[in-house]
Ligand binder design. Structure first.
Ligand SMILES: [Zn+2]
Length: 54
């Protein structure tokens, strides 16, 4: 499953969340650290192209 990177406004840190594509499409995502849904996706083609392979 793909890993998405978000910035949590509550933790003020970046978190990685593994989501299925269908889950990602729904936009229902919560911070794994604090449970906040105040997450902003880090949309960066740079990251997706250079991130480590899973
Ligand atoms: Zn958080």
């Amino acid at each position: 499953m793909p890993v998405y990177e978000y910035h949590c406004d509550k933790c003020r840190r970046e978190v990685e969340i593994t989501q299925s594509i269908s889950e990602h499409g729904k936009g229902a995502v919560a911070c794994p650290k604090c449970g906040s849904t105040a997450l902003r996706p880090l949309v960066s083609s740079f990251f997706t192209q250079t991130s480590r392979k899973s």
